[in-house]
Design a protein around this ligand. Structure first.
Ligand code: ADP
Ligand code: ZN
Ligand code: ZN
Length: 736
């Protein structure tokens, strides 16, 4: 790579280049240069007293000559950094989400490229087994199971450090093996333009008729399109992905697989690795910046056959993209909730159209948006209604807990039902979506509740650490000994969290070990993988978990799943609450059962007669979702309306509210546009700031886009808005 020196650039700096700079302003900026760098190359430019990395948008026309323009500092790329498809996707996204192009382009890059680093490889570190490591009996490492597993993995072939991290092996295990000289490190220089040829690892499974139909439909399509693969939990969606991918890989094309944050576990990777003997690259949050850039380059050069990543992987460049798969397409983690707020699933569909490749959206509980797109014939529908391998879906039941005494959130009938399963040697899963010991600390004398200093929320009690913790802002306090109001020492936890549930279960069932899987119990690197393996292998008869266990993993020995508290969502003000509840219940229920022992799901509720619950358990998610969709149509809510949400935050409530009033005043009147608010957010104060919302609703996307564009252009120049943090969310998912 050649970098132009300033001297060259200034030799004849009569031309002007248009630059997208990563700042929160919707316009582009002009700079002087000798010759105009090609559109899409990165430039280093002065901005205020900083130096920023922006993108050339080509020669500027209609330059305002009143101001003296600054020269660019450097040209960082010889040719456009991104292939046209990704460049086009980012432009499209900037326009659709009404977010400044400079920030969007910046967001689409690995961190090192944002910082101006060259788009080229450095050598990376790999590890391989030594003679001594081959000679030793694996059993001798049984005291150090991490080392044992890692050595076993490396005996199958050398691995890059980044892949070792991806499989959640700890650095300590790596170091220990190195010190014992069972393994050694080497420098691996990745090859540019690396080529691979297609090879199958393990043989594919024999497809059942529904799976075969799905794979055939995707393969036979005359023209690439988007598919909704709606398959009940355990129906073998992954097998459909694998076999559809095989056809693409066979032609030498690459596949992008998007997965939700939590699903990106070693299990996923192993399943792909087992099937295909081709280079697979993972893009996940544990990578270092360098590793991420190398993985990005592997995709761009064509060296990676399969790229598996979370939402931002949608911006990965490919040399020969052949297919995009979005697993768990309904999952909320595919939506970026801050800064540049995009939905990776929706961008996947756009990208598929732009690059003319098929897109498969898979889920057991599809979003209403995708179901509607099937109804409108925008997506083709592929259905798997049966569980693969003969397992039955769990039977769902509601348990009325009105007036029943609860022990750590468990009713007596539930405890008895659990006992029966446990005594028959079966495994039981108890789901509670609240980590910690208790969701609030209460004074038994005066009723005082410990409230977060910075939020409209109570502190969660974490007994083991003797701490109060706010789950909204992260604030922590030592667990007080006395009430702040009356000084009483009678402080008790109110309600139940997973930590308490674990203890209660251990007391009730001393003979059956309990394993808790939540964010607190899996903080240490490698512990999630370890816990999940232990859970799958039935080492713990009782599993307790939060939504961490609701996704993807299958626990074949579980025959009873209990959800302790489903009431919260039944009367929520969020119009998506019912959809989310249906998805959650169905996904948690889907963790259970195998052919020989079908499962049962118990929903503890105070509202057993509630229509939503009845509809869900009697008719199943597919029917439930379609009746919700009809309701959305009647009430003109998404996907039958287009929403945009302005949010504002300030240290004073009045400031946030008036900022949104100013924005509302700028919105043009239109008979088909409804504006709601400003109104306080459900949690009005969070992390010390007051939060307000302004909702814009209309029928047509085009109208929404025009309206927002028109309004945003005016907002940038309003000084009143500079004192508050405000943002725009197009297609908002979260109203909390
Ligand atoms: P999903 O992703 O739909 O939840 P999975 O792909 O994880 O389902 O499949 C569930 C289980 O069924 C896995 O253990 C898988 O190996 C098995 N399976 C999938 N397809 C078949 C098939 N055609 N024949 C036998 N077993 C299958
Ligand atoms: Zn008190
Ligand atoms: Zn807080």
């Amino acid at each position: 790579m050649t970098k132009s020196t300033p001297a060259e650039l200034f030799a004849n700096d009569s031309t002007v280049v248009n630059v997208a700079v990563p700042v929160p302003l919707a316009r582009h900026f002009h700079y002087r240069c000798a010759t105009v760098p090609p559109c899409g190359t990165r430039l280093k430019v002065p901005f205020g007293n900083r130096s920023l990395v922006g993108f050339s948008l080509g020669a500027a026309t209609a330059v305002n000559t009143e101001f003296e323009l600054k020269p660019i500092h450097a040209v960082l790329d010889d040719e456009p950094l991104l292939p046209p498809a990704v460049w086009g996707l980012l432009q499209w996204a900037a326009e659709y989400y009404q977010h400044p192009l400079g920030e969007v382009l910046n967001h689409g890059l690995p961190v090192l490229l944002r910082q101006g680093e060259a788009a080229s490889y450095k050598t990376t570190e790999g590890f391989r087994v030594t003679e001594a490591g081959l000679a030793i009996e694996l059993n001798e490492l049984r005291r150090a199971p991490q080392q044992q597993r890692l050595l076993a993995a490396l005996r199958n072939g050398p691995m890059l450090r980044r892949d070792i991290t991806a499989q959640e092996f700890s650095n300590a295990a790596l170091k220990a093996l190195q010190e014992k000289e069972f393994i050694e490190s080497f420098q691996h220089a990745p090859q540019t333009n690396a080529d691979w040829s297609f090879a199958i690892g393990s043989e594919p499974l024999q497809l059942n008729p529904e799976q075969a139909l799905a794979v055939a439909a995707i393969g036979a399509a005359s023209k690439p399109q988007t598919y909704l693969l709606e398959g009940v939990t355990g129906s073998g969606k992954t097998e459909v992905y694998l076999q559809a991918m095989a056809e693409v890989l066979r032609k030498g094309k690459q596949v992008l697989v998007l997965v939700p944050e939590i699903g990106l576990t070693p299990q996923t990777l192993r399943r792909f690795q087992k099937r295909f003997a081709v280079p697979i690259v993972m893009l996940h949050s544990a990578l270092t910046d360098r590793e991420r850039l190398d993985a990005w380059l592997d995709a761009k050069n064509g060296g990676a056959a399969i790229v598996i990543g979370t939402r931002s992987a949608i911006f990965t460049p490919f040399k020969r993209l052949g297919m995009i798969i979005v697993d768990e397409e309904h999952d909320n983690s595919l939506k970026q909730q801050e800064g540049f707020r995009y939905h990776a699933r929706d961008l996947a569909v756009v990208r598929g159209q732009k690059e003319q490749v098929p897109v498969i959206l898979g889920s057991a509980t599809p979003s209403l948006e995708s179901i509607n797109n099937v109804a409108q014939q925008r997506y083709a529908h592929l259905q798997l209604t049966q569980r693969a391998g003969g397992a039955k879906l769990a039977r769902q039941t509601v348990l009325d807990i009105k007036q029943l005494p609860l022990k750590g959130g468990l009713s007596v009938p539930l405890i008895e039902q659990m006992r029966k399963e446990l005594e028959r040697g079966q495994q039981v899963l108890v789901f509670l979506n609240r980590r910690g010991y208790a969701p609030a600390l209460l004074c038994h004398e005066c009723g005082w509740l410990a409230q977060c200093r910075r939020c409209d929320a109570y502190y969660t009690v974490h007994q083991r650490q003797q701490m109060l913790q706010c789950h909204h802002c992260g604030d922590q306090q030592r667990l007080p000994k006395q009430c702040f109001d009356c000084g009483s020492t009678q402080l008790v936890g109110r309600g139940t969290g997973t930590e308490q549930l674990e203890q209660t279960l251990a007391d009730i069932f001393p003979e059956f070990p309990v394993l808790r899987i939540d964010r607190d119990s899996t903080r240490r690197k490698g512990s999630l993988a370890k816990h999940l393996t232990a859970a799958t292998e039935n080492k713990y008869p009782i599993l307790v978990g939060t939504q961490m266990i609701a996704k993807g993993h299958h626990f074949p020995h579980v025959t009873l799943v209990a959800l302790l508290d489903v009431d919260g969502a039944l009367y929520s003000s969020d119009f998506r609450a019912a959809e989310r509840l249906g998805q959650l219940i169905t996904q948690v229920a889907g963790r259970a059962g195998r052919a020989s022992a079908p499962g049962t799901v118990v929903l503890q509720t105070h509202h057993p007669e509630h229509d939503l619950l009845q509809d869900l358990i009697h008719n199943g998610y597919a029917a439930f979702a379609r009746s919700l969709l009809r309701e959305r149509q009647l009430t003109q809510l998404p996907p039958f309306a287009q929403l945009a949400l302005f949010r504002a935050e300030a240290h004073e409530a009045g400031q946030a509210q008036s900022a949104l009033e100013i924005i509302a005043a700028q919105l043009p009147e239109h008979p088909e546009v409804f504006v709601l608010g400003p109104m306080p957010a459900v949690m009005e104060r969070r992390a010390g700031r007051y939060r307000y919302q302004l909702l814009v609703q209309c029928q047509q996307r085009g109208l929404r886009q025009q309206l927002l564009q028109h309004t945003l252009a005016k907002l940038e120049n309003l000084p009143e808005l500079r004192r508050v943090r405000w943002s725009l969310d197009v297609d908002p998912q979260d109203f909390s």
